[in-house]
Design a protein around this ligand. Structure first.
Ligand code: 13P
Ligand code: SF4
Length: 314
């Protein structure tokens, strides 16, 4: 398949118009993809955009569970993911059959699931949350309600600390956020005493205890823009630095390093997508996401509950 290397941006723009398509990109995508997108955001913002768009085609530059969420909300639209193999360690850590057994072992519990899970796990949940609203979603339930929180044990533990609720946690983790080095973070803090440490709640508790601010990717971005400090140590996937630099060009941003010498603060799943694959997905309308109708209808209910809560709170 020929790819127009001279001006891929213009070719994508032209195809997008011809297809009446919208490109939604997560902050963890490479910079070029963020620049070609109609909307760049966190999981919550992207779900809202997917729920509201009147485009015929959604190109989801993110990972599988995100594109799947867009399809759950838009069964009649074509939803394509540039690389179908773009998964997520959290979604993979929670296979539906094992999760059903876990639920059976905890009768009488409500289920709050982080959006980073499969459609089948969403379908077994009472309500979905994202990292922007997880504590507020848990507070929807009365004090004393028994709640399972899945699949991120770190986000779940953070929500426990924030809400004072006792949650039963599924033991999943994000392979990117669990690997930040506390030793290197402390060294950075010593070298930059005026810097603010900002971290995503998917990080391990021993990392979060060093944070001046904890939030979803868009909450971290807003913090960098609004906080008067000029230096920020950013403890999340490094793709977010692209938008931070654009939104706050005079601020000094330092990506927190992982253990070892790998580039493990880049999500290998997110980074499977490239501008070339995005172009081909628009051209061929493939790979397209499909969700069995029975699962989709069951997954839509907890997802709509979150989006409705969010609208009411706005
Ligand atoms: P948010 O988009 O909610 O910040 O979550 C980050 C993430 O890891 C998405 O996979
Ligand atoms: Fe999943 Fe972590 Fe990658 Fe987000 S950064 S998609 S949670 S593996």
């Amino acid at each position: 398949m020929d790819i127009p290397h001279d001006d891929l941006f213009a070719a994508i723009d032209e195809l997008k118009r011809a297809r009446n398509a919208i490109i939604l990109a997560h902050y963890y995508q490479e910079g070029d993809i963020q620049d070609v997108a109609d909307y760049v955001g966190d999981s919550l913002g992207l779900s809202r955009q997917a729920a509201e768009t009147d485009a015929d085609v959604i190109v989801f530059a993110g990972v599988h569970f995100m594109a799947e969420t867009a399809k759950i909300l838009n069964p009649d639209k074509i939803v394509v993911l540039p690389d179908l193999e773009a998964g997520c360690s959290l979604a993979d850590a929670c296979p539906p059959d094992r999760f059903q057994a876990f639920k059976d072992a905890h009768p009488g519990h409500k289920v709050v699931s982080y959006i980073n899970c499969s459609a089948a796990v969403k379908a077994m949940s009472d309500v979905i949350c994202t990292s922007s609203n997880a504590a507020d979603v848990v507070r929807l339930f009365p004090d004393g309600e028994k709640i399972i929180f899945a699949p991120d044990r770190n986000l779940g533990a953070y929500v426990q600390r924030e809400t004072g609720r006792d949650l039963v946690l599924w033991p999943g983790t994000c392979q990117v956020h669990e690997i930040f080095s506390e030793k290197k973070l402390v060294q950075l803090k010593v070298r930059h005493p005026g810097a603010a440490v900002i971290a995503h709640p998917e990080c391990e508790p021993h990392i979060l205890r060093h944070a001046d601010h904890i939030g979803s990717t868009s909450q971290l971005l807003s913090f960098v823009v609004e906080d008067p400090r000029d230096t920020f140590i950013v403890v999340t996937e490094s793709g977010i630095l692209h938008q931070m630099q654009k939104a706050a060009p005079n601020k000094n941003l330092i990506a927190a390093p992982p253990e070892g010498n790998c580039a493990c603060n880049e999500c290998p799943h997110m980074r499977r997508n490239t501008l070339e694959k995005l172009y081909l997905a628009l051209l061929n309308l493939k790979p397209a996401i499909e969700v069995p109708e029975e699962v989709r209808v069951a997954a839509l209910k907890p997802l709509t509950r979150m989006l409705a809560r969010d609208l009411a709170a706005a």
